[in-house]
Design a protein around this ligand. Structure first.
Ligand code: CP3
Length: 363
């Protein structure tokens, strides 16, 4: 068939598909004209404009000022030309209404003022209404949806129960998760009840984000890779199943973690339309292991963006080669953009993925 006819045939058969945006179609593993790309932490300190805003307002104030949070969300899309927006917020925001106290201390990251140390602390956690207590995030979502005017879809997100529990028990960030795991091993009933509370909050929060206009949601289980496979199955999996199965049907769910090479199969069994991969796995091997009933997102090492365009190109080509243009690959980093990343490298990556994946489809 001559090229022009071939193109027409492609266009015609796409009328069988939903009229969703490229990114949403890819989450559903529908064929797409090219590989969509967005980047975790695409709004953040690597942008001079973001740093300028942060000189005037604290991080929590920024999250709570919906107009500003919406501006920061849309600014990243405008500047980087990515295929999806992600609402500017933080996975730890629900910890405040749960009553453990949340602060972001300059240089130290998040601090939980009253960490969980006992079953009694779990029992004391407050029940709360997400619409009242986290209404500012829902309002940011509404403003972003309006401003984007369907240009690109908006991703809503929440922390997964394990990762949230780790902050609540450690009192902040952690290297070895000693307190979290010790609590999990020695306070079995309290652990499961904490995970149930967090699962319930997460489901209600994500569904409220969807009702406000989020078209896809991502669950960040950023630190679950610190667990062995059997501990994952015993202490985490039942709660992840419960969480994911509670999310509004039809809305694609991205199930993300890092350091999860040995957990991928179990994570997939818990649910999610898309599994997030970090750079510690080869994308083709991980996808083969997961099977073709799930889409994948990833998996460039964020540190590659600190190098040069030649290295970025080589590593991007390798990832796209491994994905082979199969329906269901969303290009992303394996974890968030680092604050020291040059903006120009991020822009280069976005254009490169668009260019390489488009020419691969045509070729
Ligand atoms: O652009 C986006 O991706 C949306 C915004 C977003 C933020 N945090 C903004 C943020 C998202 C999706 C998150 C998720 C988040 N928050 C995670 C999961 C993703 C991951 O990185 O694993 C985690 C673990 C957190 C908790 C958190 N928030 C930490 C540990 C820190 C301090 C470390 C750091 O990077 O500063 C934050 C603060 C935070 N969240 C910032 C931003 C832009 C930096 C705040 C600042 O301006 O100083």
């Amino acid at each position: 068939m001559p090229t022009e006819q071939k193109k027409l045939a492609t266009v015609n058969c796409s009328s069988d598909l939903s009229d969703d945006h490229l990114f949403v179609r890819t989450c559903k593993r529908e064929p797409a004209e090219r590989t969509p790309i967005w980047l975790m932490r695409q709004a953040g300190r690597f942008q001079p404009e973001y740093r300028a805003i942060r000189e005037k307002v604290s991080f929590l104030e920024l999250c709570k000022t919906s107009q500003l949070a919406a501006e920061v969300t849309v600014m990243a899309v405008d500047q980087l030309n990515v295929d999806a927006a992600i609402i500017f917020a933080d996975i730890l925001l629900p910890l405040e209404p749960l009553g453990v106290g949340l602060e972001f201390v300059k240089g130290d990251g998040p601090v939980i003022n009253r960490p969980i140390t006992s079953a009694a602390d779990v029992a004391r956690l407050k029940q709360f209404d997400v619409i009242t207590e986290l209404g500012y995030v829902l309002q940011s979502i509404k403003l972003v949806v309006q401003a984007l005017n369907q240009r690109v879809p908006l991703i809503g997100f929440a922390g997964a129960p394990f990762t949230l529990a780790s902050y609540m028990i450690e009192g902040g960030s952690s290297r070895n998760f000693e307190k979290t795991k010790t609590f999990m091993y020695t306070e079995n009933a309290a652990w499961h009840s904490l995970m149930e509370v967090l699962s319930d909050v997460t489901v209600r929060y994500l569904n409220a984000q969807i009702a406000a206009g989020a078209q896809v949601v991502q669950l960040f289980d950023s630190w679950v890779g610190c667990l062995g496979p059997e501990d994952y199955r015993q202490f985490v999996a039942p709660h992840m199943k419960e969480t994911i199965s509670g999310i509004t049907p039809g809305v694609p769910v991205i199930h993300f973690g890092t350091g999860t090479a040995t957990l991928l199969q179990s994570m997939k069994d818990c649910g999610g339309d898309v599994i997030g991969l970090d750079w510690r796995v080869e994308l083709d091997q991980a996808w083969a292991e997961l099977g073709d009933q799930v889409a994948v997102q990833g998996n460039l090492d964020p540190v590659v963006l600190l190098s040069d365009t030649e290295q970025i190109r080589l590593q991007t080509e390798r990832i796209l080669r491994q994905a082979k243009g199969r329906p269901g690959h969303i290009f992303n980093l394996g974890h968030g953009i680092l604050p020291s990343t040059p903006v120009a490298n991020v822009k280069y990556l976005v254009e490169l993925v668009k260019e390489l994946s488009t020419s691969a489809k045509q070729g």
